[in-house]
Unconditional design. Structure first.
Length: 531
């Protein structure tokens, strides 16, 4: 069973959408997974780094602040010693790892059926903060913490001394002595006088490249299953939505194809109705829609117009040809019957044969003329075009033309007017015009031929002083088999001027006539110049 255009279009569109959707979804899934992994890793690192400032030594004792986030955003954070002993944390036992500590490295680990990411950072307590009473020089409190690089720049301070108390330089010496750090190994960051309501102290900050307290580690753990679960949920949603999307796409593609093909169906129905009937004058209605459909309808209508013209021409041609052939055939039949009769003698038979021969010549001329018109109507593709000096060509034809009835022929044609034309057809065109002028010319009359340039065209005029043409007959003289003489008694078949017009049209030219009854005629042929 052959599928309709609508079904095939909808199917192909749906398959294309499915292919594009499959590739897009696959790409999105791969990208989403990569992005999800990257975000998971970034969140893990951030969660660990946020807890760094929450671990410090106070008065020599390691303390984990209450703001330390043991669990946040799916990330577990624990504090370990360098010997991998957990100091604090809430990580489930199945996610605990005995993997060695490695600062700044993100790793993916397995524990049984569990898979998880871990990230370790080492806390080196190299920044020290002391508060020293300005009067007694006693150490009020001291802390050791992790120093950020941007906080390690030394701030200039002005030496200060209180009456009966210690100076700022003495406060620094007290802090270094307590920490057991020589002055050459310490870097003084700042010495300030914070404004306390109950006392005055020197706040001394310094760093030492050799930590005075053992380092600790923060390990972040993020179960990979959480990311996998979210990724799986996304996949499930996609596989539920994708079939529905494809079904909607198929329905939409079918409706769109049906809407698109509707004007074509209307064109088909109209063309079928015209072809099944006998009235070729009907035309397909031009629909409102796309330019392509409009062009198609106009092309069909142009074709129908040509078909109608062709059929009408053929009908007229058949009718006229039958009429023209009826007379010679009737004469031939009558002469044959007379020659075969019992009363015909040898002279009668010879006379009959001469009449038959004459009528046969007339029919041959008619057939030749019909062939000439038919070949001319076959189109420009059969022309043997060459560059002609039309003035010289016309002079040559006029020089070889023989007139009768005492008619004189003069030709005025200059040189230098070139046209692209078929020499044989141009000769036939001019010969027909000259023959027509002689046929309808007066005894002792004249024919004048001129070739001139008019704009971008060469203009050939053939004038005579013959019997002329009635005004009502002028539009009809270019039709095949038309003769102004109703009796059709004059020589010729009425094909000469039809052939002249067809030859001019084949050369992208035109023909015209100016005439009055009993006052002669002037036929004009215009041909484009070859630039």
């Amino acid at each position: 069973m052959k599928l309709s255009f609508k079904v095939r279009t909808a199917a192909m569109t749906t398959l294309l959408i499915a292919a594009v959707a499959a590739v897009s979804v696959a790409g999105m899934l791969l990208m989403s997974r990569s992005v999800a992994d990257t975000r998971t890793q970034q969140e893990l690192i951030k969660a660990v780094e946020r807890n760094v400032d929450e671990v410090e030594y106070k008065s020599g004792v390691l303390e984990i602040e209450d703001d330390f986030a043991y669990y946040a955003g799916g990330v577990y954070c624990d504090v370990y010693s360098s010997e991998l002993e957990r100091i604090g944390g809430e990580t489930p036992s199945d996610l605990l790892s005995d993997a060695e500590l490695s600062a700044g490295k993100l790793r993916k680990m397995h524990s049984g059926d569990s898979e998880y990411y871990i990230y370790d950072t080492r806390l080196d307590f190299i920044k020290y903060e002391y508060e020293i009473d300005v009067i007694s020089g006693q150490i009020i409190k001291y802390e050791a913490g992790v120093a950020e690089s941007e906080a390690l720049e030394a701030q200039p301070y002005r030496p200060t001394r209180f009456d009966g108390g210690v100076s700022s330089d003495e406060a620094v010496a007290i802090a270094l002595a307590h920490a057991g750090v020589s002055a050459d190994k310490a870097k003084i960051i700042s010495v300030e006088l914070p404004a306390y309501s109950d006392r005055q102290v020197f706040a001394v900050q310094f760093t030492c490249d050799e930590p005075l307290y053992p380092p600790v580690w923060i390990r972040g753990v993020y179960p990979a299953g959480a990311a996998e679960s979210a990724f799986g949920t996304v996949i499930s949603i996609i596989f539920y939505i994708l079939p529905l999307f494809l079904i909607l796409s198929a329905v939409g593609a079918y409706l769109l194809a049906r809407r698109t093909i509707r004007p074509v169906k209307e064109i088909t129905d109209s063309a079928r109705a015209i072809s099944s009937g006998s009235d070729l004058s009907k035309r397909i209605k031009v629909p409102d829609g796309s330019a392509e459909i409009t062009d198609l309808v106009r092309t069909f209508n142009d074709m129908l117009e040509r078909l109608e013209s062709s059929f009408e021409s053929e009908k007229r041609f058949t009718s006229d040809a039958s009429h023209e052939l009826r007379t010679p055939l009737a004469v031939i039949k009558a002469e044959c019957e007379y020659a075969l009769g019992a009363n015909a003698d040898e002279a009668d038979r010879l006379e009959a044969l001469e009449s038959v021969s004459k009528q046969g010549d007339k029919m041959a001329q008619l057939v030749d003329a019909l062939l000439a018109v038919s070949r001319a109507e076959q189109g420009r593709g059969r022309l043997k075009l060459e560059r002609l000096d039309i003035g010289e060509t016309v002079r040559d034809i006029c020089d070889g033309f023989v007139t009768d009835k005492g008619i004189s022929l003069t030709c005025t044609a200059g040189n230098g007017l070139s046209v692209l034309a078929d020499r044989a057809l141009i000769g036939r065109l001019l010969d027909n015009l000259l023959s027509n002028a002689v046929r309808y010319g007066r005894e002792g009359g004249k024919i004048e031929v001129t070739v001139t340039r008019v704009g971008d065209n060469a203009e050939i005029k053939v004038s005579d002083d013959g019997i002329g043409i009635a005004q009502e007959d002028i539009p009809k003289i270019w039709d095949r088999f038309y003769r102004a003489d109703p009796s059709r008694s004059s020589d010729g078949f009425g094909l000469g001027l039809a052939l002249v017009r067809q030859i001019a049209l084949l050369h992208s030219g035109s023909v015209g006539v100016e005439s009055r009854l009993d006052d002669g005629s002037t036929f004009t042929v215009t041909l484009p110049l070859d630039k």
